[in-house]
Ligand binder design. Structure first.
Ligand SMILES: C[S@@+](CC[C@H](N)C(=O)[O-])C[C@H]1O[C@@H](n2cnc3c(N)ncnc32)[C@H](O)[C@@H]1O
Length: 226
């Protein structure tokens, strides 16, 4: 397990798929729900834009139906691997969402899957608003985030259950503690309500929660008519 502050470097990128599947409870269900909702709302040949695409797993789950796929990420290690893994299927570009503008045709599906949590809180509404401006009216937004528990009584319980799940997935207790320490201050989760408020403040429709597992949640929203 890496020591020090968390970074998306070569070491993390090399074992990212395994890490993600052991760290996010019920991730296959989330991938399936995103794919099913996209199937209902994204037209054949639609444009899918994934922000913080890492290795391209979300894009991979949305490939097919003639869709045009675009992925952006600020980690060079992730982008290099995503370009190889998604070669010929998706256009992957290196980009910091805080300072750069993703270049793509107007989106039918815009996604941020466990990405905004790594970006400073004050930047999130602006990034979501810029994504809205780059999407078609009526198009779909998907946001997935780790969330903090508003209830002080339940917070330690949910964290405990989550850590127990990670232990059952094969991580030792020192590994679990080291990763939590490494992510502190780098992964900055909000409450579910704060995430919903950020999506609405950016101009998207009122979001609906489409998935929740312990302290992880995902929402769908729609770009209003202009
Ligand atoms: C947990 S991973 C995302 C997983 C991925 N969306 C998936 O579905 O498999 C978070 C990603 O966000 C990227 N990221 C963090 N801050 C970013 C920023 N400011 N601009 C672009 N990408 C960023 C990281 O490099 C990392 O690859």
């Amino acid at each position: 397990m890496a020591s020090g502050e968390w970074v998306f470097d070569d070491q993390v990128a090399d074992r990212f798929e395994d890490m993600l599947s052991r760290s996010i409870p019920d991730l296959p269900q989330l991938r399936r729900i995103i794919s099913d909702v996209a199937q209902a709302l994204v037209p054949f040949g639609g444009v899918v834009v994934d922000h913080g695409c890492s290795l391209g797993q979300t894009l991979d789950s949305l490939a097919g139906f003639g869709r045009e796929l675009y992925g952006f990420d600020k980690s060079t290690a992730m982008v290099d691997r995503a370009k190889t893994q998604m070669a010929g299927r998706a256009r992957i570009a290196h980009l910091d969402l805080v300072t750069g503008k993703p270049e793509h045709p107007p989106a039918d599906l815009t996604s941020f899957v466990f990405t905004l949590q790594f970006i400073a809180e004050q930047e999130r509404v602006g990034i979501l608003a810029r994504a809205l401006a780059a999407s078609k009216p009526g198009s779909l937004l998907i946001v997935a985030e780790k969330v903090t528990t508003a209830s002080q009584e339940l917070a330690p319980v949910l964290t405990g259950v989550y850590h127990e799940r990670k232990h059952q997935a094969g991580y030792t207790w020192p590994q679990i503690e080291a990763k939590a320490a490494s992510l502190a201050g780098v992964l900055r989760p909000l409450t579910a309500r704060e995430n919903e408020e950020a999506i609405e403040a950016a101009g998207w429709s009122k979001p609906e929660c489409i998935w929740r597992s312990l302290n992880f949640a995902a929402w769908a929203a729609v770009a209003p008519a202009r």
